[in-house]
Design a protein around this ligand. Structure first.
Ligand code: NI
Ligand code: MN
Length: 246
């Protein structure tokens, strides 16, 4: 995995913090306060320039409103979720839809399909949140990362490969609410990434899928298990031995 100036931190579950070559901070699926996998030190969010939301489930947008109000980032979401966020007082919302690309600072963000549901729990109401999505992020150093959001495998992941060829795919593997390692391995066949960063596992007891299971199914792809809160920017920092044992 060659990040070439991009700094990547997994905060547990589907939440990632990424620093771009121009030192902009991107956060994907902001869920830190109630996230049992998020280290204490990372719950106090210092800076966010771009906030990407894949869908309205609490474990993805749990802290979106709070973080957006504090740091005033550009917030990217599908129109229905974007509307809800605006109604909650979030400014600077850049709604978009699947197939669209927008340039924000030094990144290009493309919204892609995800096969999942999306209702926003708002008090005792369940509000329609539009469809769930994933994102392909292209950095100024040409690195492309695909964050799949919550999803099952779907055949059109082959289109994501054909159009964008992301080198790194962040894929949910926990099972129960998303793909398990079995479906994620099939997703790898369609996406053909160099590296897979597994996510959405281990947070709750039902999320039983593990990176080691996926690695066994896709021996030719690097499955990299990140440690929550540990920033990686160089190949050497990636710890594989534990993964290989898993
Ligand atoms: Ni979900
Ligand atoms: Mn989820």
């Amino acid at each position: 995995m060659n990040l070439n100036g991009v700094k990547l931190t997994w905060l547990g579950h589907a939440t990632f913090r990424i620093e771009t070559p121009a030192r902009k901070t991107i956060m994907i699926d902001p869920w830190v306060m109630g996230n049992p996998m998020c280290p204490e030190k990372d719950k106090d969010v210092k800076k966010v320039d771009v906030l990407l939301c894949t869908h309205g489930h609490f474990d993805h947008i749990g802290d979106a409103v709070t973080i957006a109000k504090k740091h005033n980032p550009t917030v990217v979401a599908i129109p229905e979720l974007a509307h809800w966020l605006e109604k909650k007082g979030v400014k600077n919302v850049a709604g978009m839809n699947k197939g669209g690309t927008q340039t924000i600072g030094d990144i290009k963000v493309t919204m892609v399909h995800a096969d999942h549901s999306c209702g926003i729990q708002d008090g005792d109401q369940l509000v329609y949140g539009g469809e769930a999505c994933g994102y392909v992020i292209e950095f100024s150093n040409r690195l492309k990362i695909y964050h799949a959001g919550d999803t099952n495998v779907f055949g059109d992941m082959a289109i994501i490969r054909d159009l964008y060829s992301p080198e790194i795919a962040m894929l949910p593997i926990g099972d129960h609410y998303t793909m398990s390692p079995r479906e994620a391995a099939y997703a790898c066949k369609l996406l053909k990434p160099k590296t897979v960063i597994p996510m959405h596992f281990g947070t709750f007891p039902v999320l039983v899928g593990r990176p080691g299971e996926l690695q066994k199914l896709v021996p030719d792809i690097d499955v990299v298990e990140l440690k929550p809160g540990v920033t990686i920017s160089h190949e050497q920092q990636i710890q594989r031995p534990e993964l290989r044992r898993a």
